[in-house]
Design a protein around this ligand. Structure first.
Ligand SMILES: Cc1cc2nc3c(=O)[nH]c(=O)nc-3n(C[C@H](O)[C@H](O)[C@H](O)COP(=O)(O)O)c2cc1C
Length: 407
């Protein structure tokens, strides 16, 4: 890849970067990849070791994947509930990251239409009544009083993050989880002040953001993981998501947007790119569902070949509408040249998922030899390992340490 600025070297790239009230030792963030290392919804030594590996391997900050703000907001079994009863375990987590020299962020969210009754015990909610064909779940239209409760739960969860010693929180406003489903005209048919115009569809997100900020003030950095588009006809597209970003940015409380794409509701490979692993998905299903996946899997998941920096073109569109917050580039980053390109293009930070699952020490390796590419081949076999313990199939199993929960 062509490098415009010859001064961008390992020394100049891996420099500290300011993120709201905190400073990262370098601009590399481990993107949330659900871990499967908290079977009882509690922090375990295995979870700590997994994340510590990325910090020791050279990144600036790791992200504890999807922590639910309420039981109704769970997306999968074994997720951590962000409540005060879990502070003690979460403290062990953040202390270990700090001891290893890095920072810790916690992703906070409510699954909304991605949730299933089997896991939460209640019917999932969406902005409007909706049948999710992937989960075969009917979602009820969420009421304003439930939304009020959720705003409080987001603020409560953010306070738990502060008390647990996190340096940042990442509000999950992407992938058609509850908050981003409000942005989508496909899922949001509301006729109240939360539906209709893009201002109205962004209102819930904005209110959550302001409630969170009021509670935590400057005690940690606030990142918003925001969907740029989701590859679904009539759903989220750049023309509107750049406006969503502008509205949220104008509040002045977002320290950074981590720009993402795709969804967990439909066309899932749009987010991941690379091989569509039908056998991997079928293995997670039983009976007729298994057959259904084999027959229709590619149609449901979509097929999108991997491309270097595949989110870059879309992410560029946000540089004119976002004036206050920093932009974090995500998507297929696994060489030093990718990081240089991101910085040259005006993205002061990058987030990396799969390539770090493959090589937790990839950043250290880049520092030692910046010409060497990362080893991730985007086979996406890691995608289906989330149903047990998230792993790259080429790696030794990380879950060798105890999964016994801390209190
Ligand atoms: C195994 C796996 C689990 C993931 N879990 C989450 C998650 O919990 N929350 C989230 O926002 N994104 C999740 N993602 C998406 C990643 O954060 C990231 O957006 C995506 O993998 C693209 O980045 P990459 O090309 O660097 O992998 C997951 C991705 C993978 C591969």
């Amino acid at each position: 890849m062509y490098r415009k600025d010859k001064n961008l070297t390992v020394e100049t790239i891996f420099q500290p970067v300011q993120l709201g009230p905190i400073t990262l030792r370098n601009p590399i963030i481990k993107a949330a990849t659900s871990e499967g290392r908290s079977p009882e919804g509690k922090v375990t030594q295995a979870l700590i070791d997994f994340h510590r590996g990325f910090i020791v391997g050279g990144i600036g900050m790791t992200t504890l994947a999807y922590c639910a703000i309420s039981k109704e907001g769970f997306a999968a079994p074994g997720e951590i509930l962000m409540i005060k009863e879990n502070i003690q375990g979460l403290r062990k987590f953040t202390e270990a990251m700090h001891e290893a020299g890095g920072k810790a962020s916690a992703q906070l969210g409510h699954a909304g239409p991605v949730a299933t009754k089997k896991i939460t015990g209640v019917r999932p909610v969406a902005p409007s009544r909706f049948f999710n064909l992937t989960s075969m779940q009917l979602c009820s239209a969420i009421t304003q009083s439930e939304m009020k409760q959720i705003k409080i739960q987001f603020a409560d969860a953010a306070e738990v993050a502060v008390k647990s010693g996190f340096d940042a929180i990442e509000l999950h406003f992407g992938h058609l989880y509850l908050v981003s489903s409000f942005f989508s005209p496909w899922l949001n048919k509301r006729t109240d002040e939360y539906g209709g115009s893009i201002e109205n569809r962004t209102r819930f997100a904005k209110e959550i953001l302001l409630a969170v900020k009021e509670r935590v003030q400057n005690q940690l950095a606030i990142i918003v993981k925001l969907s740029m588009d989701d590859g679904i006809k009539g759903s989220i597209w750049l023309e509107e998501s750049t406006e969503t970003a502008r509205i949220l940015d104008e509040t002045g409380v977002v320290d950074a947007f981590e720009l993402t794409m795709g969804s967990s509701v439909s066309n899932q490979m749009y987010l991941f790119r690379g091989e569509t692993d039908i056998d991997g998905m079928a293995a997670t299903q039983k009976g007729m569902m298994k057959l259904g996946v084999k027959w229709f899997g590619k149609r449901i998941l979509g097929e999108y070949p991997y491309r270097d920096l595949y989110m870059l073109e879309s992410a560029r569109q946000f540089q004119t509408t976002v004036k206050n917050a920093k932009l974090i580039l995500l998507g297929g980053i696994n060489t030093f040249e990718h990081i240089v390109t991101a910085v040259e293009e005006g993205f002061p930070m990058v987030a990396i998922g799969r390539a770090l699952l493959r090589e937790p020490d990839m950043i250290q390796k880049m520092k030692d030899n910046p010409t060497k590419s990362g080893l991730c081949i985007h086979c996406n076999k890691c995608m289906f390992s989330v149903y047990s313990t998230t792993n790259c199939i080429f790696m030794k199993n990380y879950a060798t340490t105890t999964q016994v929960a801390f209190v």
